[in-house]
Design a protein. Structure first.
Length: 284
């Protein structure tokens, strides 16, 4: 079949059903993963399918097309609850990478260090998976199963990320720790989203990336915050156990497991403290 660049989603799904195709979008992960000067095998290029690109808001959800670039995310008119996703978008490589790399590709690559995953987890995101025969929507937590492992079935294409409008509320922040300031794969990263009502934390959503095989929500830490007075010192109540019981960091060239574990706790406290002190509003 070689190289195919359809202009309609139906044609793309037909190609996937008929043969073993490698899906290509921004290729910012795909090209580095091969040692060749060209992509081997049968390639399905989805960059000409307009239906897969863009951000739209419905009555009960916000939809991000799988081929939406990180630059598109930065330029989109999104609620304050998505601020951390925009902050993460700025961390996806250089501006040139952000112009090409896609939201769907970031998820399908299933890297433990994928910048987009922690913010989307705190937004209770789901992914839409389509084949020529059916469409199914599953939580993002059920889509990424491990490093480079997803729930995609043969013939399926990730077509969109769907976020409930109810999860777009509140304020959010993304913090990334790396060995340098720019163009870095993270040692640890944290996304946090808080909703305050009548001076208390009505809802908390926190996720950590680069500290386990799959980025993880922190229900124990969220429980510590929920219902408490929304003061900056509340962040200090987040215990090491409430963070570390949900992560499983490894040692590698960027940092050892103990350092990652301690860093995750500190980043969570900083993220929550910043939200409760209003620092993110001053920077907005």
């Amino acid at each position: 079949m070689g190289y195919v660049r359809p202009t309609t989603l139906n044609d793309a799904l037909t190609c996937l059903a008929e043969g073993d195709m490698r899906v290509a979008a921004g290729c910012t992960d795909l090209y580095p993963a091969t040692g060749f000067q060209h992509l081997p095998g049968n390639i399905l290029d989805i960059t000409a399918i307009d239906a897969l690109r863009g951000v739209s808001a419905g009555t009960d959800h916000i939809r991000i097309g799988a081929a939406t670039t990180w630059t598109d995310v930065l330029q989109a008119d999104l609620p304050p609850g998505f601020r951390h996703l925009k902050q993460a978008a700025r961390e996806v490589g250089s501006v040139q990478i952000q112009n090409a790399a896609t939201v769907g590709g970031n998820l399908c690559n299933a890297s433990p260090a994928a910048d987009g995953v922690p913010p989307l987890l705190t937004l209770d995101a789901a992914v839409e998976l389509r084949s020529i025969a059916a469409t199914r929507t599953i939580p993002l937590t059920a889509f990424i199963n491990g490093p480079r492992q997803t729930a995609l079935r043969h013939g399926e294409l990730l077509t969109a990320v769907v976020v409930p409008q109810s999860s777009a509320r509140g304020r959010s922040v993304f913090i990334k720790l790396g060995a340098r300031k720019y163009l870095v794969i993270s040692i640890a990263m944290v996304a946090a989203r808080l909703i305050e009502e009548q001076g208390r934390v009505a809802e908390a959503a926190i996720a950590v990336g680069s500290c386990s095989a799959v980025a993880a929500r922190l229900p124990a830490a969220e429980a510590i915050l929920t219902g408490q007075p929304a003061r900056p010192d509340l962040a200090l109540r987040i215990t090491e156990e409430s963070v570390q019981e949900h992560i499983a960091p490894i040692s590698d060239a960027r940092g050892d497991a103990a350092y990652r574990s301690a860093a995750a706790v500190e980043l969570v406290r900083r993220a929550v403290g910043g939200l409760l002190s209003g620092e993110e509003r001053k920077a907005a």
